[in-house]
Write a protein that binds this ligand. Structure first.
Ligand code: 2HG
Ligand code: ZN
Length: 481
């Protein structure tokens, strides 16, 4: 029972904390009212609804360091947030009203871009799309391509080690990171922004922070390795009877072409139906419907029509040998964009029917075809009414296996949802795979960590967490079980 006077005391205490935060970042950058907090306290999908004490927006790493010291002294946890586009609730506070959301949205500076060394140093709050534009202005490429690039930030993409549609050639976000600057739990601003390709001086702490989802430190800036910008793309959409062919065609094209195969994406007939009926309402430019679709892209560098013709011949021969005969190549930049709009519209179209049950699994690419068939069959066995939207990144072995609501705008019954997730994750684990390929763990998949992750790996992670954040200031309740 609350003692008389206690709640007044708590209110006064909160007011003092808010006042102290305001003195660090400026009062107008401390948002404490419910309406102002709303967009930060809830995740993009509306799956996780938290209640923070305040949302704080520091202008730079020095201010953030002061915020961290203050929170550590007051035993307030910090939930770092980038563009709030994550799918696992990793950036959403709990409901205690005692956590501080730190948004990096004011930290959007481009610190340095060196075309000669192909390195860009920018603040963590720069939206990915803006970072991509900076790279393009210098004739270079920041090779990370995710549909949420307009809102997702550089820091968030690093903290979650985001993937996307070009991973098979360029790797996930961690591979673009040459080093980061971060605020550590004791308020130190630690910087590794030298932009070195080689630095074998002990543990790679920047790589450790990448993918740590804000549990070890708060990334405030990054040195990113940029890639040559393709001069042209060969992009196509094809219909397929099965995924075995998609994999065989990828292997054959790899063996044949010296060019960069930068995307090998697949989606199911259910994805095509959703695209047609929901959200963006897009139709596929193919002659007939198919069980599966493949969106592939080869990137070409430098001038030379001969090279383009050769790549086109290679691709045509490979698709023909694989028995893939319903193919539409993009004949212009706008046709390429239209093909990519299909792939990038799937999540939006899926969202239009209501809260789906998402999965983000990885196996070795050669196992994708059999696993996809197995999962679709097993879902039907669990409930014949289930519609499963399978799509993803065939080239790197990552599929999204999303069960749609049985009733529009209504989450699946809990027991069915649990059975579906268990079945999908068990089958993936049995195939040597991972229950989180590119979306991270956040709060959504913590229990899966205990279930599937090697116990000794968990112990090491826990020790690292304790070493770097002994008081548990950074993002408690995330990642570690
Ligand atoms: C994608 O591949 C994203 O488009 C989102 O990872 C996946 O919406 C999803 O389930
Ligand atoms: Zn994906």
């Amino acid at each position: 029972m609350t003692q008389p006077g206690t709640s007044q005391h708590a209110d006064d205490d909160d007011a003092r904390i808010l006042g102290s935060l305001g003195r660090i970042v400026g009062d107008r950058h401390v948002i404490a009212d419910a309406a102002g907090r709303a967009g930060f306290d809830t995740d993009w999908r509306g799956m996780f609804a938290g209640r923070s004490l305040a949302v704080v927006a520091p202008a730079d790493a020095a201010q953030l360091a002061d915020v961290v010291r203050l929170c550590a002294a007051r035993r307030l946890a910090i939930v770092p947030q980038g563009g709030n586009t994550g799918l696992c609730g990793g950036a959403t506070p709990d409901t205690s009203g005692r956590q501080i959301v730190v948004t990096l949205r004011r930290m959007t500076g481009l610190r340095h871009l060196d075309p000669e060394d192909a390195v860009m140093i920018c603040d963590a709050g720069v939206p990915l799309a803006a970072a991509q534009e900076h790279a393009a202005d210098a004739g270079l490429l920041l090779p990370i391509a995710i549909a949420s690039a307009g809102s997702a930030t550089v820091g968030g993409a690093i903290a979650t080690n985001a993937g996307g549609v070009n991973v098979l050639h360029y790797g996930s976000m961690r591979r673009c990171v040459m080093g980061v600057e971060a605020v550590l739990a004791d308020g130190t601003v630690w910087s590794d922004l030298g932009g070195l390709h080689k630095d074998n001086t002990g543990f790679d702490l920047s790589a450790l922070l990448a993918g740590s989802e804000g549990t070890l430190g708060i990334i405030t800036a990054a040195a990113l390795a940029l890639a040559p910008r393709p001069s042209r793309h060969l992009t196509f959409l094809a219909g397929l009877p099965d995924l075995v062919r998609a994999n065989a065609a990828l292997a054959a094209l790899r063996a044949r072409t010296g060019e960069a195969i930068t995307a090998w994406e697949v989606f199911s007939a259910t994805s095509a139906d959703l695209l047609h009926a929901e959200g963006p309402r897009l139709s596929l430019p193919l002659a007939r419907p198919h069980p599966w679709y493949l969106l592939g892209e080869v990137s070409l560098f430098g001038p030379g029509d001969a090279r383009e013709e050769r790549a086109f011949e290679d691709l045509a021969a490979v698709l023909e040998n694989a028995g893939i005969d319903d193919v539409t190549p993009a004949a212009s930049g706008s046709q390429r964009q239209a093909l990519w709009a299909l792939r990038e519209g799937i999540t939006e179209a899926e969202r239009a029917v209501g809260p789906s049950l998402k999965h983000d699994i990885a196996v070795r690419p050669s196992r994708i075809a059999a696993l996809a068939t197995h999962l679709a069959d097993e879902c039907r066995r669990l409930d014949p009414r289930l519609r499963v939207n399978i799509f993803g990144h065939m080239g790197d072995g990552n599929l999204h296996v999303n069960a749609l609501p049985l009733v529009r705008d209504t989450a699946l019954p809990v027991a069915l949802a649990e059975a579906v997730t268990r079945m999908i994750h068990d089958a993936t684990h049995a195939a040597g795979g991972s229950f989180s390929a590119e979306h991270g763990v956040g709060q959504l998949k913590r229990a899966e960590m205990r279930r599937y992750k090697d116990a000794s790996a968990l112990r090491v992670m826990q020790r690292i967490k304790t070493a770097l954040d002994p008081d548990g200031v950074f993002n408690p309740g995330k990642v570690l079980p």
